[in-house]
Ligand binder design. Sequence first.
Ligand code: NPQ
Ligand code: MG
Length: 368
Amino acid sequence: MKLTGVELRRVALPLVTPFRTSFGVEQDRDVLLVRAVTDHAEGWGECVAAAEPRYSSEYADGAADVLRRFLVPATAAVAELHPEAVGQATAFVKGHRMAKAALELAVLDAWLRSRDEPLAGWLGATRDRVPAGVSVGIMDSVPELLDAVAAYLDQGYLRIKLKVEPGWDLAPVAAVRERFGDDLLLQVDANAAYTLADAGHLAGLDRFGLLLLEQPLDEDDLVGHAELARRLATPVCLDESITSAKAAVDAVGIGACRIVNVKAGRVGGYLEAKRLHDACAGLGVPLWCGGMLETGLGRAANVALAALPGFTLPGDTSASDRYYRQDLTAPFVLSEGHLAVPSGPGIGVEPVAEILEELTTSVEWVPA
Ligand code: NPQ
Ligand code: MG
């Protein structure tokens, strides 16, 4: 297989409701899509980078720049293209994992489609549906939050994740526990909004029986997380800090976390995510699949990954309508709190042509 060229397409999807986290408020998902055209088949990748570098250092315009100037040319120079070759050909570029992951997924999708093979099976998935959790943004009031959580539970979501920040933590968690009971699978995500000085305050979460506390401290602060973890009964889970399979093994090894949130984009692609899965599953570390407000294209690949046996907790793999009234693909829908793993070749879904055109804000062709 040889690369003919790559299309970099920006698409803007309005969110059904603003999504507030400790790092900002999102109104629209401005997303970079990558379409790999090869001599055998075409494939889609979705870059998880946001428009602004608030969750991580990467952002969509930066990803497009490194793709057009470095990653696509290096991949186009590969004579016998295959999924592993993308990571090898682009290894000279430091960082830019989300950009690399998007290109690797597009090539992987094209390669799997040319072989008529679904992504899930190729990755080693052992299930045909995955349990769905939902990430619930920071709200203006506790009653508003309780209404939102009640609606998600009515829809069938099997696990609730509350976004927290200083000033919005113990009270919302207490209210959700009080209203929905101790059996509700409940966890919180701080997106790095705290410091070690908050350890005593965060220990106040221990009485709520949370599944986990996600990324309380800075991305770079593994040692701080290890110290915090020693002071909490609630298990610490890392998201932003986990940039590779090795980072995950190291974090677990020093006691910085007991649970890992896996996002293929954050670790540089699905191949690295698979290596992370195999290493952590071997250590008995519980995994779950994170989410980055993906369109149906990225969501399809997430659901395939979440079907691997090491993913023992429900993920942020929500239905399309959690985020979008109109998804780019046929919508992912909840059935008894689960999403079906796509069974078609590659990622198993395609954009609906008219919707894709309608939501596209720019298109650039990068020839090989
Ligand atoms: C997390 N996701 O686990 C992320 C954070 C997040 C579902 O909570 C645009 C792009 C907006 C990426 C908002 C969930 C985003 C984003 C939140 C990622 O930390
Ligand atoms: Mg997170």
